[in-house]
Design a protein around this ligand. Structure first.
Ligand SMILES: [Mg+2]
Length: 216
């Protein structure tokens, strides 16, 4: 699926790609509605009916990924709520072996995430993955989400890369499409971002089951 001779930079998404998206899905679909219901004196279904349209209305924007935005909107300490369920944060199988092998083969490894720095810090603390990367790029520092094709152009200023020999692995199809539009040559989706959910339809993209599939 990948000819490693043609790859010099490897851009990796965090949530759903390196880490099990089950944490995030559980957090937004179960934990936040439960805490919001308690806070507002609602039942959980009423909380969901209120929250889910709010979530949908900003999907794919910087706000959606912003911990401070949701703390302000909902009146809850979102970073603290994430810590309450941090035992659910887990690294997908074969990820650390893949990262070690890619480093050994001299590839530049870059974590490229839309996650807010507070989520990123919590996840790096829980998983100890930070040391594997040459750089960690947070979309909030770029000022655009990865869904915007201009994100990749702006990224060049902090992380110069040759789009013809860069590989991006990301579980988000809108992100893969924006990278494709920018011209990143090697793109892979993920069949099982959330280990508790069915296999994802990856549409026009090639995809991995596990990082074992593309071990350098
Ligand atoms: Mg993701």
């Amino acid at each position: 699926m990948i000819n490693w001779n043609n790859i010099s930079s490897v851009f990796l998404d965090m949530d759903g790609t390196l880490l099990d998206l089950h944490f995030d899905n559980h957090f937004w679909r179960e934990h936040v509605p439960m805490r919001y219901a308690q806070y507002k004196g609602l039942d959980i279904d009423a909380a969901r009916d209120h929250l889910f349209p709010l979530f949908q209305s900003v999907e794919g924007t910087m706000e959606w990924y912003c911990v401070d935005y949701w703390s302000q909107q909902l009146g809850l300490d979102i970073a603290e709520l994430k810590r309450e369920v941090d035992h659910l944060i887990s690294v997908h199988p074969h990820v650390t072996d893949f990262l070690s092998a890619a480093r050994k083969s001299g590839k530049r490894l870059v974590l490229v995430t839309n996650a807010h720095s507070k989520s990123l810090d919590l996840k790096m603390q829980s998983t100890q993955l930070a040391g594997y990367f040459d750089a960690i790029i947070c979309a909030h520092d770029i000022g655009l989400p990865k869904e915007e094709p201009t994100f990749w152009d702006k990224l060049q200023m902090t992380e110069a890369f040759d789009k013809s020999n860069t590989l991006l692995v990301d579980d988000s199809l809108p992100v893969l499409r924006s990278a494709k539009q920018y011209g990143i040559a090697h793109l892979l989706a993920v069949y099982k971002p959330d280990t508790q959910a069915p296999i994802k339809d990856v549409e026009e993209f090639n995809a991995i089951n596990h990082f074992k599939d593309i071990m350098p």
